[in-house]
Design a protein around this ligand. Structure first.
Ligand code: 0O2
Length: 242
């Protein structure tokens, strides 16, 4: 996912357009035929990605509003940072192949739920559940599925709360419901996940070293879960003493 406050990146259609220009020149297309191809193939793809970028804006705004509201009520911001991304063409294609789903935009929309991703980083575990509850009780949000990898961590040690939601976006003459994956995690969970992600994509490490690091990361995940629990306890005591 992108850095804090970075612009949402919509996968770029420039490369596809360049290939199309080359192709049209090689078979002597006229301008009108070329524009038709652009209209028929690139425009729907751009619209597809723009819908997800708009849905991200809606969800980010909802979290920013909740952050402001909580900071007034509880004297502190529950959200440390929000990062978002629209999945790139390459990862979408990899998922289409992995899931063996039909290769068209409608099927991708239906079957791939994390094309729009919003990651919300909190200091404390309690804030994760409080924010998720507030988001889900908003009447324009529909919960499609929820995976609680905090209560039930993955064997790798991965912890986060995942929500797949549907949010409406309002366009010129229509309303569309768009799916967004929201990942809520603490700073410690995020620190762990980014390091583990690096190990996953490290290709040139010998197998035994990978196994040793995976085990080390499981131990780190347990230590970071314990740290989250202790920090939450300290905070609870401070709040009670007020
Ligand atoms: P990226 O680049 O992070 O977007 P599916 O989403 O359909 O493939 P599933 O099982 O429903 O499958 O997804 P899951 O495992 O609930 O959540 C997928 C996302 O969670 C991943 O996205 C990661 O962001 C994160 N995640 C899940 N497990 C791990 C893990 O063990 N380590 C780390 N570091 N992250 C994890 P993607 O698609 O992998 O990519």
């Amino acid at each position: 996912m992108s850095e804090k406050n970075q612009e949402i990146i919509i996968p770029n259609a420039d490369e596809v357009a360049k290939e199309l220009v080359k192709f049209s020149e090689s078979i002597n297309f006229n301008e009108e035929m070329f524009l038709n191809i652009i209209q028929e193939s690139i425009a729907p793809a751009e619209e597809f990605f723009t819908d997800y970028a708009c849905a991200i804006m809606e969800v980010e705004t909802k979290f920013k509003v909740l952050n402001e509201m909580f900071s007034l009520k509880y004297d502190g911001n529950p959200i440390e940072s929000i990062t978002s991304r629209v999945k790139g063409y390459d990862s979408i294609i990899r998922k289409v192949i992995k899931k063996n789903i039909p290769r068209n935009l409608a099927s991708i929309q239906e079957n791939i739920h994390d094309i729009a991703g919003v990651r919300v980083i909190c200091s404390f575990v309690d804030d994760i559940y409080r924010l998720a509850k507030c988001l889900l009780q908003q009447d324009d949000i529909t919960l499609i599925s929820q995976k609680d990898y905090i209560k039930n961590p993955k064997p790798s040690g991965y912890r986060s709360l995942h929500l797949i939601i549907s949010v409406p976006i309002y366009l010129e003459n229509e309303k569309k419901d768009v799916k967004v994956e929201v990942q809520l995690r603490t700073i410690a969970m995020d620190f762990w996940a980014s390091l583990e992600h690096k190990l996953k994509y490290k290709k040139n490490l010998p197998e035994e070293k990978k196994d040793m690091l995976s085990q080390e990361l499981i131990d780190c995940a347990n230590a970071s879960a314990e740290l989250d629990r202790r920090m939450q306890n300290v905070r609870n005591i401070i709040l009670k003493g007020e």
